[in-house]
Design a binder for this molecule. Structure first.
Ligand code: NAD
Length: 362
């Protein structure tokens, strides 16, 4: 096993608290499972601004470029809201995604049976839910040019953005999604708006073309309005979904909330070589920062995704998934998933997962 380098970006708010638990887990992998890993910490977001006046300091970018994978806590907070746009913590995040060309955003929505009551939907609709949404992350309407707000001849203002996808962009996110479908149940649903948008027509054409390279994967297409409805009507019909930046932004939040627990969901953003940045889907939760009550499980599950998708350690990833299931079975709950019952602290939850890992190393 060759040595792996992981860049650790704790960020702001609860970021340092939850990432501390991930570091404990990585130490356990090193000492109990012989996983050869080196961690290097760097500042991002508000912490980057405090350190260097830049939400993505040059030194941080270099560390991330040299690493095999990046683990991020979260960025942002009220202290930075008054800064000009370019200096805001969230800009650091957008910039690192662009710099590392992390075009493929993997957002799983998985419901742990132990937490079924946390969902706003009925048990029978969500129990066993396990969806992977693959969202294009560096193109589409969020990046298309021209964009802006202009003044028309009649003096009225007009806002405009451009939805644009080049074939290569569709092809690489398509391949990423087909590859993931091959690792799962070989079922892929491509979501578009081909009845209205030319961009979507091209999207569909490229997805169909790619499917000939993946004969084992069953490809289907769905309009985005229907997909949003189906996600709340019968979400278990989906396995892997692939879609554009904006559609994915919206659908992945809907899918995440089907599970009812924002503190449980990890995510990955990958480049074309499988290098990636891994982070919980939630933000820096300033309302609970410093209280030691944040749920670290989304971050620990992000470590599992990192092992699976960037570091070629699927077995260790599976052990983490099992450990998390076991601590939930043992009744450990942080406040966000406790449903009024007794809860444990961030560190107690992290320790419980490490203990459940050690049991599996014996
Ligand atoms: P948030 O996700 O930080 O918090 C939403 C709610 O969920 C809050 O009540 C919070 O306490 C709770 N929550 C979030 N994570 C939790 C956890 N691990 N355990 C328990 N409870 C948890 O979203 P927000 O309040 O809209 O945003 C706060 C800040 O985070 C903003 O500055 C925003 O820009 C930033 N943000 C950052 C990221 C990121 O770093 N990827 C993502 C979203 C928002």
């Amino acid at each position: 096993m060759s040595m792996k380098k992981i860049a650790i970006l704790s960020g702001d708010g609860i970021g340092p608290e939850i990432v501390a638990e991930a570091i404990k887990l990585l130490d356990c992998l090193k000492h109990n499972f012989g996983f050869d890993v080196e961690l290097e910490s760097a500042a991002i977001g508000g912490a980057g601004y405090d350190q260097d006046g830049d939400p993505l300091p040059e030194s941080t970018l270099t560390i991330c470029q040299q690493a095999d994978a990046v683990l991020l806590g979260a960025v942002g907070g009220p202290a930075y809201e008054g800064l000009e746009r370019e200096l805001r913590p969230e800009r650091g995040l957008l910039r690192i995604r662009a710099e590392l060309e992390l075009f493929s955003n993997l957002r799983p929505a998985m419901l742990y049976p132990q937490l079924a009551s946390a969902s706003s939907l009925k048990d029978e609709i969500v129990s066993g839910l396990d969806i992977m949404i693959v969202r294009e992350l560096t193109g589409g309407i969020y990046f298309g040019q021209p964009r802006g707000i202009r003044e028309l001849d009649n003096g009225e203002k007009q806002g405009f953005n451009t939805l644009v996808y080049a074939e290569y962009e569709i092809e690489r996110i398509g391949r990423s999604a087909f590859d993931i479908a091959m690792l799962r149940n070989k079922k892929l649903c491509s979501v578009d708006k081909a009845n209205v948008l030319e961009v979507s027509e091209l999207w569909r054409e490229v997805m169909n073309r790619l499917s000939t390279d993946y004969p084992e994967v069953e490809l289907s297409h769905m309009y985005v309005d229907n997909a949003s409805m189906q996600l709340v009507r019968a979400p278990k019909q989906f396995d892997v979904m692939v879609t554009t930046n904006m559609f994915g932004d919206i659908l992945s939040d809907t899918a995440a909330m089907l599970t009812g627990s924002i503190g449980m969901l990890p995510s990955a953003s990958l480049d074309s070589n499988g290098k990636g940045m891994y982070e919980p889907i939630h933000g820096s939760a300033p309302d609970i920062a410093g209280k030691s009550i944040a749920n670290p499980l989304a971050t620990l599950l992000s470590v599992a995704m990192m092992l699976r998708y960037s570091l070629g350690e699927a077995e260790l990833a599976n052990l983490i998934d099992v450990a998390v299931g076991n601590v939930l079975n043992q009744g450990f709950r942080t406040a966000d998933i406790a449903d009024g019952a007794n809860s444990v602290s961030t560190a107690e939850m992290g320790d419980a997962v490490v203990a459940a890992m050690r049991v599996q190393s014996n």
